[in-house]
Design a binder for this molecule. Sequence first.
Ligand code: RNT
Ligand code: ZN
Length: 421
Amino acid sequence: MPTIDHVLEQNYRNAKDVYARFGVDTDEVLTKLSTIAISLHCWQGDDVSGFEGSGDLTGGIQVTGSYPGRARNPQELRQDIEQALSLIPGKLRLNLHALYAETEGERVERNQLQPKHFENWVQWAKTHKLGLDFNPSFFSHPLSNDGFTLSHPDPAIRSFWIEHGQACRRIGGYFGKELGVPCVTNIWIPDGYKDIPIDRVAPRQRLLEALDTILAEPISKAHNLDAVESKLFGIGSESYVVGSHEFYLGYATRNNTLLCLDSGHFHPTEVISNKISAALLFLDQILLHVSRPVRWDSDHVVVFDDELQAIMEEIVRGDFLERTHLGLDFFDASINRIAAWVIGTRNAQKALLKALLEPTSMLRELELAGDLTARLALSEELKAYPWSAVWDYYCATQNVPIREAWLQEVRNYEQRELSNR
Ligand code: RNT
Ligand code: ZN
């Protein structure tokens, strides 16, 4: 147990008393919080570049900014992630993309990828006691240049991408087996049209069949869990996206896969917090890509906003923690990339903590009794309750910097490491 500052501890005791009056045990909440894994996305560290040397990021997603210090190789990326891990409390996983294969200078096509190309990541994950998640990469590749992959009308191109998906599921299974905890392998494809299509159904029919082929090989759910991620539009696919929400909600329900809800993949006034309770009535599990769209699917760093809090409240109130896999998905190259990870992840954890501290059953009773005045009054008062004292104490007990003290660590690392790149 680290030595904890006296004032910080006193603040925690006070907060503990305040929450105890509502029957909420802050110690129990912190134990719970420390078991909830958040999957850190590797691609914030290098602007979704990967190690293929393939050049431009395509697929209708975009990274803007030119902050110095981007990780240029696996060693730098892992070192940067380690730096981020040292500043974030609680349980973490790492989310990899197929682009991050290590092929020792050899050109390995994506449909030929094998577990051995991720051995270094697995060894590293073991050292740091991290679970791994995975994503086939259906973008930044010559065969995705015309905007279609799994739904491509050319059977040869479609087959290439199907084989890529199959290869990735095996790699996901390998992760899960090696690490003793299932890997969530998430399929997102960019397929769609810039302008109004004549035939909306044929690409969806082809995607449906391609997914069926990819998922046909049985892989133990103890090792690999499949997820499918929908989207409304991308840059260059504004008018039509093959893998829409309705498509994947139907697909996941029928095939018992996970559905991935990304906060940036809906109309700007539509929120995923309102979809979780509906999706989980029909699905066993879901994956969340916690992101932040600013006017479009811009993948800004997650901030502590209303929607982030609403997402975490939904998961906690619905008792969905066991059935929800929490992943992050943002990429900002205009600020220090390690800071981006730390800010976004700590915010997600703070929101989770705040949700866990809520006296939910009391609020639910008020609602059921029709006392909507008290429901609003208490919900609003609770916003100013001393959850931040609980957060500070949590950081102290987890041996990570309190409040903004992490920023100096990032600055030191930038000075020591990033500025030499
Ligand atoms: C794209 C999706 C997808 C990607 C990552 C890199 O719109 O959100 O999840 O961001 O796979
Ligand atoms: Zn996403």
